[in-house]
Structures are given as C-alpha cells and as structure tokens.
Design a protein around this ligand. Sequence first.
Ligand code: ZN
Length: 373
Amino acid sequence: MLFKDIPGLESIKSTLKRSVQNSHLAHAQLFDGPHGGASLALALAFSTYINCENRTDEDSCGICASCSKMQKLVHPDMHFIFPIATSKKIDGKTSEAFLSYWRSFVLENPYRVLPEWLDFINAENKQGNISVEEARGILGKLSTKAYEGEYKILLIWKPDIMNASSSNALLKILEEPPFKTIFLLVTDQSDRLLTTIVSRTQRIAIPAFSDSEVRQFLKRHTESDSLAKQVTFLSDGNLSEALRLIQETADDRSEWFADWMRSCYKFDVAQLVKLADSFDTMNKEKQKGLLEYALRLFRDMLIWSQGAGELLRVPEEELTFVQNFSKAVNFAALEKMVEEVNTAYYHIERNVRAKMVFLDLSLTMSPYFKRRS
Ligand SMILES: [Zn+2]
C-alpha cells in the first residue's frame, strides 16, 4: 500500500511523511478513525514509507526490495496482530495461524471492517478475540533484531476488542518498548480502549473520507456516474459500505422506494401486498438496506422541510422526488415515519416475518400522507 493508493486525505498523509523525514517517530501510535475509513490503509502506507530504501518527499518508491515485500505483506520486520475466532477453515489460536488469510483479506481491500474479516475466515462466533497469550507473545515476536529494515513494526488491528488481561499485557509492553520498534494500533472504536493505553500512544486522528474522495475511489469500481453519486450519498465516507453497495448495483433502491411511497400515498393496498411479497423474498441485508435508504431520505426531507435545502447531499435525480415528497407530508408526520421505519428495522433484525413487518409499516405510514381529497 502506497500513500497514492489511498484517495485524498492529503493533510494527514503529509503529517505522517513529515514525521519520517524528520525522524520524529513516536514508538506507539494510535491510528484512530471511523468505521470503513482509511486507518488501516494509512498505517500500511506509513509502514511501507518507514522502511522504503528509496523514498521521496511524496511517497515510497514502490519498487525497492522493502516495498515489494510490503506490497505482499511479507516483510520480515512487519508483524501483525488482529482478532481471530474459532473457525472450521483454520486451525490455530494466534494471528500467526491466520496470517495468509489476513494477507489476502487486506490486499483485496484494506477498508473492510471486523464483521467482514470474521466472515472471511468463516468464524463460528461473530465476536473475534485477541487473546492474552497473543498479547504476551508480542515480545517473543519482536525479540529478533530487525532483519532488513531500520525498524521493526507491529501493527495491531482492532486493539479495542481486547479484554482487560490482554490490554494490560499490551500496556506493559508499551511502557517498556523494545528498541527500534514501532507499534501501530489501528482502531475504529477508540472509546473502548483502556485510557492507560491511549495515553501511552500518540494519537493520529484520521477523518472520514469526504464525498469527493469516495467518488474518486468509486471510479475504479463503476463507470456509472449516477450510481457512484447514489452510493456516495448513502455510504457517508465509509468505503467498506460503499463497496458493498456498489456490488448490489442490480437492486435499484431509488426506484423501488419511489414505487413504495407512491403506493402508500395512493393507499393502493393490492400493490402494497405485492411489494410486501417481493420484500419477503429479499435477504435480510437487502431488507435492512432498503429501510436504511428510506431513513436516510426521510431525514433529508426533514432537513428540506425546515428550509435547509442547501445541506442536502441528495443526488440530483432524487432531488425532485424529495421536493415533491416533502410537499405530500408535514414535518410531524415525517418524524413519525422515521420512528415507524426504525421500529420495522428493529423487528427485521430480530427476525420477525419480513412480509408482516413491511405490510404493517406501509399501512401505518399511508395515513400520514396529505391526500388531496
Ligand atoms: Zn521503496
């Protein structure tokens, strides 16, 4: 991973590069950013830069021996610790046993989140864990002298899931770190870390990707500009979510949603039953996705109806729909609709029959529309 592979975030990239150029490397750094953000990608680009034999002010060279090993994540001075779980696919109790899977997971896409990793390894429970044995084994991992690079680097992904004993084992090491070793802690939930760990690190606050950075990234995955816009709008700077959405291109949410709202407006029960049947056949993720989409649009309509239209990030094609819709329901009704959709979402998550949830939601929302009778 090179800095240039990561869209945007120029200011944070310069800060990181400068710290290497001025040899101001804190021995423990906390890459603290949002879900689906750039934290892991940046930590990897930073590690590559630290050990590159031919770096420029801009980036790592990408071709020296160190860079090419970093590109495959096989550099002998680069170590990883990450959550693991019992899996039918892999036998082992530490990150080491999962390493080849970890490499493919990260190389495919470094913006993914913990549940995706646990899916990737066919984890039997959906928690993931960094054991105290793993934390205590850190010093052993790092005991040899740096083979090739100037520094040994240990990247810990998701230290926030460590329990108290693992955290304390890590803390001990951070208090007396081995020479020429850099710890990079990568988290999207820093509020769950022990404050004593946080205070031992230099915090690098990583902002979410902006809309234009997400759009720039999506150019590699779709040629459709309007799809890219729609996905950008929905993903809120979360690239993991953006990729998931782009892979669902076949389902055209906006059309489906418009049809649904029209049927509610007309109180067309026959059509609502049909829609409920089709909703019932979708998988749970897709059902939740549609409700999330509805929530997002309702929230934007609330903003619109308060006269703060310029705040909207709605793609142009949907703007007319939002404008017309806002005329058909009043503010209080919209607020109630948000509540109803939230309840439906809750029920879907808890496996209540989707058809009933959807039909019930539609029939509850229909009277909220102002009809011109
Ligand atoms: Zn290089």
